[in-house]
Each structure stands twice: as structure tokens, then as C-alpha cells.
Design a protein around this ligand. Structure first.
Ligand SMILES: C[S@@+](CC[C@H](N)C(=O)[O-])C[C@H]1O[C@@H](n2cnc3c(N)ncnc32)[C@H](O)[C@@H]1O
Length: 215
């Protein structure tokens, strides 16, 4: 657990309440205060991981490169692109990807990619090598496999920041059993450094910080 936030992320007051915030154009109707926009942890797994004090090991700044899997309409990845450098945002559904394009209009470092995160070879020619962080929130079956398939993009000292949604793997199983299976599969390519359930922000989700194991 840490209080350290990436450069470019601050705790600021909005309507009397302290919230995480980044500087950028608003994207999802979030409160703003001049150039700052509140980051809603109830709408963002990465926001919840930060709010819960997980050590996500993001430095922030122009040099930090991020591959974001499951960008949807850009709620979270827009905050990432506000504080990080080149941010590649993979989303395979055309409809949210249209909104993602709008979020990218004011963010020159945000690169939307309409692609399937299970097929990294389809975007490997665009994403630069050795990214500092892979952030994953795909809410689909096979979440550990997606993380393993995308390990190839991570620098040796990079981090996987993974939100696992138990119900996307199997709605009928106890989430703790699902998380145990995910941990076991992830161990093929990652060492888990920290994990925490994301309640009260997201039910039946596990936040994981992991580092890639050497080949
Ligand atoms: C929970 S939503 C993501 C929300 C987003 N991360 C945020 O916080 O703003 C999950 C997204 O993952 C996308 N997704 C699911 N499977 C995917 C895949 N194989 N490749 C790319 N995107 C995928 C879905 O279309 C959906 O938009």
C-alpha cells in the first residue's frame, strides 16, 4: 500500500469532497475545476486501484508508455493519457471506439486501436516495444490468457495492472475460486506483487499488480 500517485495525478477538492484528478478535457460528465477533472473510482478499475492505495508503480510523465487493453469509450484511458506519455488504447467493439476517438481528439498522446486484445499480432506493428505498463480491463472470458499474450510488449521492469472481473469468467462460480485459477494461469508469465479486491468501487473484481517473469 502506498500514498504515491503518478506525476500528473493529484488529490483535489470538487464540490467539497477530495477526489483523484488529472488535467484534461472532460470525457464522461465528470466534475471539473478549471483544467482539472475528477477521476471517478466507481467508473474506473485503475482509479479504484489508486484510490485503495495499491502500488501501481506508474511514474507519470512524457516518457512513460502504456498499452491499455479494453479501452471502451475512454473513461479510464483518457485519464491515463492525461498524465502519461504515448498511450495505446485497444478496444474491439466499434461503438465505444467511436467515443474513444472523440476522447483522443484533445489528447495527442492517445492512440486508439480498433483491435482484439487476444490477437496482439494485429497491433504489434503499431505499439512500441518495451512499454512501461500494460493496463488491462477487458471483462471477457480468458483474462489471464489476454495478459499472457500481451506480455511481449512489456519492458523487463514494466508492470501489468490487471482488473479481473470474476463474473466474466463464470457467473456461477465463487469469485475467490475464479481468482485462484487466474492467479495460477498468470504465474506462467508473471509474478504477482500486490492484489486487492476492488470493493466498494467494483463488486467481484480483483486488482492485480504484477511484473513479467524473464523468458
Ligand atoms: C469493463 S469495459 C472497459 C472499461 C474501460 N476500461 C474504462 O474503465 O473506461 C471492458 C471493455 O473491454 C472490451 N473488450 C472485451 N474483450 C476484448 C478484446 N478481446 N479485445 C479488445 N477489447 C475487448 C469490451 O468491448 C469493453 O468495452
Amino acid at each position: 500500500m502506498t500514498d504515491a500517485l503518478p506525476d500528473g495525478v493529484e488529490r483535489r477538492r470538487f464540490d467539497g469532497a477530495e477526489r483523484l484528478a488529472t488535467r484534461g478535457e472532460p470525457v464522461y460528465g465528470e466534475p471539473t475545476d478549471r483544467e482539472w477533472r475528477a477521476w471517478n473510482p466507481d467508473r474506473s478499475k485503475l482509479g479504484a486501484m489508486l484510490e485503495l492505495g495499491m502500488d501501481v508503480d506508474l511514474a507519470g510523465g512524457d516518457d512513460e508508455t502504456v498499452l491499455y487493453l479494453g479501452a471502451a469509450s475512454g473513461t479510464t484511458v483518457s485519464h491515463v493519457a492525461d498524465f502519461a506519455g504515448p498511450t495505446y488504447a485497444v478496444e474491439f467493439a466499434a461503438r465505444p471506439a467511436r467515443d474513444l476517438l472523440s476522447a483522443a481528439e484533445s489528447r495527442p498522446r492517445l492512440f486508439p486501436l480498433l483491435a482484439d486484445a487476444r490477437k496482439p499480432e494485429t497491433y504489434a506493428h503499431v505499439v512500441e516495444a518495451d512499454v512501461d505498463a500494460v493496463v488491462q480491463d477487458v471483462a471477457t472470458r480468458g483474462q489471464a490468457r489476454v495478459a499472457l499474450e500481451n506480455r511481449r510488449f512489456l519492458a523487463d521492469d514494466g508492470r501489468l495492472l490487471l482488473a479481473v472481473k470474476a463474473r466474466s469468467e463464470d457467473v456461477t462460480r465463487d469469485p475467490e475460486d475464479v481468482f485462484a485459477d487466474v492467479r495460477e494461469e498468470l504465474a506462467e508469465g508473471y509474478e504477482i506483487l500486490e492484489e486487492e479486491r476492488l470493493e466498494p468501487h467494483h463488486a467481484d473484481h480483483l486488482g492485480i499488480v504484477a511484473r513479467p517473469l524473464g523468458e
